[in-house]
Write a protein that binds this ligand. Sequence first.
Ligand code: GLY
Ligand code: MN
Ligand code: MN
Length: 446
Amino acid sequence: MRCPVVAPRVAAQAGSPAGPVPVERLTARRAALLARVGHGVVVVRSAESRPDDAHAQDSDFRQDDDFFYLRGLEESSALLVGVAAGGGGASGGSWRLYLPERMPAREQWTGARLGPGAEAMALTGIGDVRSVQRLAGDAAGLLGSGGDSTALRVGGAAPRGCTGREGPCTDALLGPVLAAARGRIGSLDPDMAQLRLVKDVDEIARLRRAGAITTAALSEALAAAEPGEHEYELEAVIEAAFRRGGAERVGFPTIVGSGPNSTVLHYDRNRRLMQAGDLVVMDVGAEFGYYTADVTRTIPVSGEYTPRQRAIYDLVLGAQQAAIDSVRPGSSLMQLENIARRYIETHSGSSCGPESCERYFIHGLSHWLGMDVHDVGPYTTPLRPGMVLTVEPGVYLAGEALGVRIEDDVLVTATGHEVLTSDAPRAAAEVEKEMRSGRSRRAGVK
Ligand code: GLY
Ligand code: MN
Ligand code: MN
């Protein structure tokens, strides 16, 4: 293959549909981190690129969440180093970015990279960008003084799968820094989790877009679903809509489970031929600018729920609504879960035999949502404005091949909550209506 020499300027997030994270957000996040840790040095590793041979593409490179959160760059084999000056506060420290040297011959294959030096400083606004080769020499100066019990906190990507083809592996680069810390080493993960638990305005905007792309895709899937299609055909409708909407990737493997597969929580093979009368659980999430949605709708592939399916569906929907109604500052995930379970207990009637359907609600109600679909942060933290969680009750009757899950993404606000994913039809009658109109549209164009 002949390749042109490429020399484009590399800007952070160039060409990304989400655009770059605003510099003032990144600065505020880094200041908040140093204020939180108070003293010592923090190191955040980027993800490593993993091409599988000398010239292959790494088609699934994704930056480490913590690195992206603090720096907004998609460079691999890089290290971000922060030095807390002590005492915290907005001016309480400084930051350096260590990047691998550029490799022009390699860039002809995989595109331009940001290298250390003046160009990187100009393009990123970062005042101190050094070659990774300098880290060993800098280690003693960074960590040599002070008797802190934890002088160094290490976070970011777990060191695995590095081939060394895009630059030295961060694991090897960190060796001298770890040695200079002389055992006074801790994990940065708990501090990052606390920061990421409360989303800022840019994060909320990204989650909102991820939700909008996902609900639009689900609406398309409702309109397209028919007996006689394979689960993967619905998957294709959904993921095509994600990419058209500007999603970079899925936030987790798309789940389209029909009939018996509707009762398998994380079924993602999506191979079955859907048959008349099946329920289909679609649990999907577009990732937009590193933030993912996580939405589930359960639909009757024939277009109408049977009375039995409808009874279970309405039970799950009622439980979800009861929990959503209670999302507000001060409440907790445990309280929401109890509310949903109590609703199912008290509204099951004889739907699940002598016992309530609650025993078929076999997973948790909620998880945090953000850069990761099961986002970081302790589950015991009381809700605060800016937190984002899922609310997703389900009832799974394997003996009847009947599984129902309904899931939405909810932002905690100062006065209560906002459902970020309310645009996808949710009430049974709305789902059926959307399916009917999809069929009429298809019949009109046939
Ligand atoms: N989509 C995975 C989950 O809901 O946890
Ligand atoms: Mn979920
Ligand atoms: Mn889900």
